[in-house]
Every structure is written in C-alpha cells, then in structure tokens.
Design a binder for this molecule. Sequence first.
Ligand SMILES: Cc1ncc(COP(=O)(O)O)c(C=O)c1O
Length: 417
Amino acid sequence: MNKPDLHPESLMMSYGYRPEWSEGAVKCPIFQTSTFVFKTAEEGKAHFELAYGLRQPKEGEQVGLIYSRINNPDLEILEDRLGLWDEADDCAVFESGMSAITTVLLEFLQPGDVVLHTNPLYGGTDHFISEILPKYGIESVEWNSCDSYEALQQRLEAKLQGKRLGVVYIETPANPTNTLYDIEWGKRLAEHFSSDAHKAVVVVDNTYLGPLWQHPLKHGADLVAYSATKYIGGHSDVIAGAVSGKADYMQRVKVLRTFLGNMAGPWTGWLLLRSLETLQLRMERQAKNARLVAEFLRGHPKVEKVHYLGFLDENTPEQYAIFRKQCKNAGAMLSFDVKGGEPAAFRMLNSLKLVKLAVSLGSTESLAQHPASMTHAGVPPQRKAEMGITDKMVRLSVGVEHPDDLIWDLKQALEQA
Ligand SMILES: Cc1ncc(COP(=O)(O)O)c(C=O)c1O
C-alpha cells in the first residue's frame, strides 16, 4: 500500500495494524494487559536500552513492547493513525485533554520562564496557567485578539527582562467565543525571543476545529494538542487527550508522560481507534448542520448575535483573514447571545427537548451550555467581561441529528426565553 497516495480517512481502518498479528482478526483487539513477556533476558535488556535512550537503535530497530505505561499496541496504532491527520512525526495519547496540555506545559517550561497565551482559553487551561504555574515560578502574558503584533512584542519585552519565553500557547478558535489567533504570529514571536541555547515552543490547542479543519503544524506550530474527548472520541463516552508534532519535541513529551503515568489505557485507545473510522463522516455532517442552525439563529428575534466562523466577512477583516489562512471549515461550534441575559438564556436552556444541556463538545449529539456559569465559571468576572463571555451567551455544539429537528428544538426553546 502506497501510504502517501492515500487520504487519512482511507487509512483509519487499517493503518499500522496487520491481521496476522492477531489470529487474522480484522480489527485490532484490546490488549488489556499491563505488561509484556520478553522472549529472552537479552531481548528485555535491548528493549530497555532503547526505551531509556541508553544507545541508538540499530537500522530498523524499534522499542519493543515492555509495559503499558511505556507502550501498548492499541495506543501505538492509535497514535500512528491520529498523527496522519496533522502529518505529524509522532503522536502521544493521554488519559484526558488536560493531561495532554499540562504535560506539554510542564515539559517545556521551567521556574522563571514566561508563557504567552491567547485569550480566552478553555477554563481548565486558564486555571492551570493562571493559578497552578505561578506556584512554580512561571508567569504569563496575555495575548488578546485586539493586540497588534508590535504591541504584543513590546508587552513581552517588558515582561521578560532577561527571563526565557518558554511556550507560546495558542487556542484557536478559542472556546467559547470562536475568536481566531494567527499561528504565524506565535511562531514569529517564539523565534524573536529564542536564542541558540533556548527555543520557545509553539503549542496550539486544536480541539475546536479538530484534526480535519485546521492543521497548526503547517502554520508554524511545533506541537498540536487535543481534547480527544471531543471530535476524536465523538460519542461522549470517553475522556482522552492527544499531542502530535515534531519528533524531537514528541520524544520529550513521551518521556514525561512515562514518568507522570498519564497515558491513556488500552480500552480508551481501542475506543478511539473505533471512533477514528467515522471521524470525517461525523465532522462533515456536524459542520453542515451547524451552518443551517447558525443561519436559523441569526434570523431569530430573541438572538442578539451569533458567534460562528462561517459568518466572518470583510466587516471583521483581521479575523476573516486568519480564517481564510488557517481554517478549512467553519466547524460545528457556535455560541449565541440571547436577548434578556442569564434569565432568558436559562429559560431557553431549560426548555430544550432534543439538544442536551451538558458541557463538552464535538459529539454525535448536540449539546448546549452556559459558559459564564459553567465551563468558564472559574474565570474572574473582570477577565470574563474582557473576553466577551457574557451572561447572555449560550454555547452550542452541533451534532449529527436531522437539522430540521435541531432547528425545531431551538425554535421552541427560544420561544420560552
Ligand atoms: C478547547 C479545550 N481544550 C482542552 C479541554 C480539556 O479536555 P478534557 O476535558 O478532555 O481534559 C477542553 C475541554 O472541554 C476544551 O474544550
């Protein structure tokens, strides 16, 4: 099979697995085992030498299976397949999106460093950067969508004063406002503040557009992080995370994962392998539905504004330019402001019949929630206001249901608002 000629969606069913390894089973079985038997003591020694980097691999030699915290067939095959979407050198799967993100931040930051991050961030990431990292002497600088490149560079210069810029952390589109950030700016800033002795690492959380609709590595990111709980898992039945990227960075990420022990287990790996087979089908249907839903909401008298990437145009030239450069699709996430603030938004949410009132996103079923009091409840009010996360905002993750049914449900719920 000539891999480079095949599209990722064609490879999701077979890549990295051979039926003869498992009694002819068409599907990769669940390797529900904590440890693996070595044929000989010499083989065990050789596996450990490679896993611990004690010697260089011989021609064609790979790390053999040792122990499921280090490697497991379900995870390795999953990582090979997932990395195809981003054309990454390597991928690592974690037990949650937060463990993927925090492992990357801990690996590439050290006490005294500064992290530059976009605004808003997913609430958990925001909390980790603003509340946990300062305990280890790591400070942050915010990047807002209204910042010019020069203003940003000056703000960083003022903050750094001899300190290292460790990581440029970009969440684009941002959860829940759909604000876009230019990854190339992040790369330029990272290069500007890097030296021969130290290179700042650009990390992009690509959860919102998933592996299909945005490829941050092509725009200058070193690593791309996912909450695989969302589109990659896609069925609201698994919590997982992933990081893909350049080989040298990924090696460091995998070593820290081994010692934090926050890799995904074989059952999670198997579930995600199954999900990957329908990733493209699900995401395409979700995106089509989202456009129809967004158009319905835009025309509704009780809706003040719809934050949907498909509505960007020349009236918002900077955001539109980033969209055209970076995004292959407007995706299936949108938020909208309900006239009448929190009481009206709550009445609407409480009246939904088909759409579920729940946090999370990217799944087959549509989900709605109130970011200000739910996913972003931990963000201080002043910062929420700056980010545009208001009491009137409802976030909607559009699923694969019939679009007419979704629109019917939203219509009857908005009547109650
Ligand atoms: C953009 C984004 N990044 C990261 C996460 C964290 O992922 P997880 O819940 O899988 O730990 C989330 C979760 O909602 C998210 O929306």
